[in-house]
Design a binder for this molecule. Structure first.
Ligand SMILES: *[C@@H]1O[C@H](CO)[C@@H](O)[C@H](O)[C@H]1NC(C)=O
Ligand SMILES: *[C@@H]1O[C@H](CO)[C@@H](O)[C@H](O)[C@H]1NC(C)=O
Ligand SMILES: *[C@@H]1O[C@H](CO)[C@@H](O)[C@H](O)[C@H]1NC(C)=O
Ligand SMILES: *[C@@H]1O[C@H](CO)[C@@H](O)[C@H](O)[C@H]1NC(C)=O
Ligand SMILES: *[C@@H]1O[C@H](CO)[C@@H](O)[C@H](O)[C@H]1NC(C)=O
Ligand SMILES: *[C@@H]1O[C@H](CO)[C@@H](O)[C@H](O)[C@H]1NC(C)=O
Ligand SMILES: *[C@@H]1O[C@H](CO)[C@@H](O)[C@H](O)[C@H]1NC(C)=O
Ligand SMILES: [Cu+2]
Length: 586
């Protein structure tokens, strides 16, 4: 340990909201613990009797309470945005942007009732990173695990916090999260490194003035990545081209170690985050605690989370926190429009920092594969025999309208007949356009060769599992070959729920078929999943069917009935993949 340990043991996470229409959520105060006791500032690895950061959370979860939330999804025209500019339309959770942070403890059962008060859009809320062990029907993906919630309708999601750390929730209805239906999740639990102060969730997001629906329209005509109008740090920033808005400020207490929970809830951009004059220690990647890893910058692909600790060991003052992005989101050529926030040491004057710092080395859109999970896993690499049935080739189709294909097929879901309906019906006649990939061998490790036949990197996200990342190629490496197998790492490699697929290269993923359900696997760039870039892993169908409880199927059926009734007379019809966007044939 490289930090003084005589601490008060009181963690007070101060949360900065402060958006034009955001209601202050107040302090996120965790229960104080006596110095030296379990989970005090000097014993973060401990959580509660018998539960530590070493506990295999897929085997064992502490007893927890019930946390209940009631949220309303609303729609606003001519919304005064946080950077001083007006947006023609937003969709918000409880009238806040970002939406309220869902905070719970490891082991808790979380019940969230969502009321859809949008004018004409359905909605469907996904709990990113939640394993949903045995509870696929709570995954919140319309067309896959449920019908959309119609305007005027409500639905209660029940989730168990079997993992802990940092995540986020977002709408899975078309590109709706890009309109603001998004928020952070903090599940308190043990940590692999000690810290004094938990500063809470810190989303850093791209930000568009146009509506998500408009951008989706543009990206159907041209695959060029749309440039973001701003980058918001915890929902704030100055207007980069005019006046208005303000920098997000994080307060550091001199001499203390802070935990910060970075989240990338963007629709398009992957980036690197750095703080002038400060290194960071990574302690968790997505929902997976990792051994302490010191670095001067962290990479965040869309959907990824990286929890770090930072020592406030510098001179009292103000320091820039910078985000580095790349030209058109391609890797290689670096452009930096210097989106930034301010880290202010308590006691420092209210002035902007002066030291501009230096750009971190460009990681070429790759996320680090050097992280080492605390709870270890091994995959039987000798059973991996690369072949057509475990290869997922991603191609970009631009001949007519733009679409993305996996294994030569673009995903289009059916809102009023989600795949889980086929499971309930025992119907195996899945339409080709549902991109179903059947995984039937219980508890076997499955290996996936994902190859990118496009020059655009993709942040790939899997529902229902943390995958292992056995290896990834350099950019432009071409297809995976048998010779490449020797460089894969199967002994406790990086495990998480989003990783980067290099441009014109490959990544090898593995997960164990230990969670019956139908799990979406998709690119987290909103316009790419909109354009069809996903598959649905249909894992152990007969067992999934047996796991669906009567009460859940009753709720499912009544919501689907309400959706069908609404949709029959709805002024707006499905114009996209249903997840984000559909190929339209003209
Ligand atoms: C969602 O609502 C907006 C108007 O509020 C509309 O322009 C858009 O087409 C709707 N999207 C879908 C998929 O119904
Ligand atoms: C950050 O870490 C590097 C490598 O360990 C070290 O050289 C550098 O001095 C550190 N910087 C600060 C500000 O602690
Ligand atoms: C950090 O942001 C500030 C303010 O936008 C900018 O002046 C500075 O050049 C940036 N530094 C880096 C390394 O990006
Ligand atoms: C393809 O490889 C997987 C393991 O990677 C294996 O389970 C499967 O049987 C193989 N399929 C064929 C058709 O060889
Ligand atoms: C890809 O498609 C081919 C031909 O339809 C099929 O044989 C193969 O199993 C598919 N691969 C996957 C991973 O579904
Ligand atoms: C891809 O699918 C199209 C039809 O959508 C078919 O014409 C073509 O032969 C397929 N290509 C391969 C390589 O399977
Ligand atoms: C199975 O699904 C297909 C496609 O949705 C449908 O046409 C068919 O009627 C279904 N069969 C049964 C027995 O439900
Ligand atoms: Cu993509």
């Amino acid at each position: 340990m490289r930090f003084p340990t005589s601490l008060t043991g009181i963690m007070t996470g101060i949360f900065f909201w402060g958006l034009a229409t955001a209601a202050p959520s107040g302090l996120q105060t965790l229960e104080p613990r006596a110095a030296g006791s379990c989970h005090s500032a000097t014993s973060r690895a401990c959580w509660s009797s018998g539960y530590t950061v070493q506990t295999d959370y897929e085997q064992s979860t502490p007893p927890g309470g019930i946390k209940t939330f009631n949220w309303e999804i609303t729609e606003h025209d001519n919304w005064q945005g946080p950077d001083g500019r007006v947006k023609s339309k937003v969709m918000l959770v409880n009238n806040q942007y970002p939406g309220p942070t869902l905070t719970a403890d490891w082991g808790d059962t979380i019940k969230v009732t969502i009321k859809n008060s949008l004018r004409i859009n359905g909605t469907s809320i996904h709990w990113h990173g939640f394993r949903q062990f045995g509870t696929n029907i709570q995954d919140g993906v319309n067309g896959i695990t449920e019908c959309p919630i119609p305007p005027g309708g409500s639905k209660t999601y029940t989730l168990k916090a079997t993992q802990y750390g940092t995540s986020w929730y977002h709408s899975h209805f078309s590109a709706q999260y890009g309109n603001g239906v998004v928020g952070s999740i903090v599940i308190n639990g043990p940590a692999s490194s000690n810290y004094d102060i938990d500063l809470g969730a810190y989303p850093i997001s791209d930000y568009y003035l146009r509506t998500a629906d408009q951008i989706v329209g543009d990206t159907m005509v041209s695959p060029a990545p749309p440039a973001s109008d701003n980058v918001l740090f915890n929902g704030k920033n100055i207007n980069p081209v005019g006046s208005g808005g303000e920098y997000s400020k994080l307060t550091f207490t001199p001499g203390k170690r802070h935990r910060l929970r970075f989240i990338n809830p963007s629709v398009e951009h992957n980036y690197q985050v750095s703080i002038v004059g400060h290194n960071m220690t990574v302690i968790s990647t997505d929902f997976v605690p990792v051994n302490s890893f010191s670095t001067d910058n962290v990479f965040l692909g869309v959907g990824q989370r990286v929890d770090v600790t930072i020592d406030a060991s510098r001179t009292i003052g103000n320091y820039w926190m910078n985000v580095t992005m790349y030209a058109n989101n391609f890797c290689g050529s670096s452009v930096n429009t210097f989106p930034a926030a301010i880290v202010q040491y308590a006691g420092a004057p209210n002035t902007n920092p002066t030291d501009k710092g230096t750009l971190p080395a460009n990681t070429n859109c790759r996320d680090s594969l050097d992280y080492v999970p605390v709870v270890t896993r091994q995959a039987p690499l000798d059973t991996f025999t690369p072949n057509a049935s475990d290869t997922l080739d991603i191609t970009l189709e631009t001949s007519a309208l733009v679409s993305w294909k996996v294994n030569n097929s673009s995903m289009v879901v059916q809102w009023d007949k989600p795949i889980i309906q086929y499971v309930m019906d025992g119907n195996t006649s899945y339409p080709t356009s549902e991109n179903v990939v059947v995984v039937s061998q219980p508890n076997q490790w499955t290996f996936w060769v994902v190859e990118n036949e496009s020059p655009i990197p993709h942040p790939l996200h899997l529902h229902g599992h943390d995958f292992m990342v056995l290896g990834a190629s350099a950019a432009n490496a071409g297809a995976f070959t048998a010779a490449d197998k020797t460089q894969l790492k199967a002994n406790n490699p990086v495990r998480r729920d989003v990783t980067m697929l290099p441009p014109s290269g490959w990544v090898i993923l593995a997960f164990k078929a230990d969670n019956p359900g139908n799990w979406l696997f998709h690119c987290h760039i909103a316009w790419h999943v909109a354009g069809g870039l996903s598959v649905d892993f249909l894992e152990r169908v007969p067992e999934q069917k047996a796991l669906i409880r009567q009460a859940d199927s009753t709720a499912f059926n009544s919501n689907c009935a309400a959706w069908r009734k609404y949709y029959a007379t709805s002024p707006e019809k499905q114009m996209d993949s249903g997840l984000k966007m559909r190929e339209i044939t003209i």
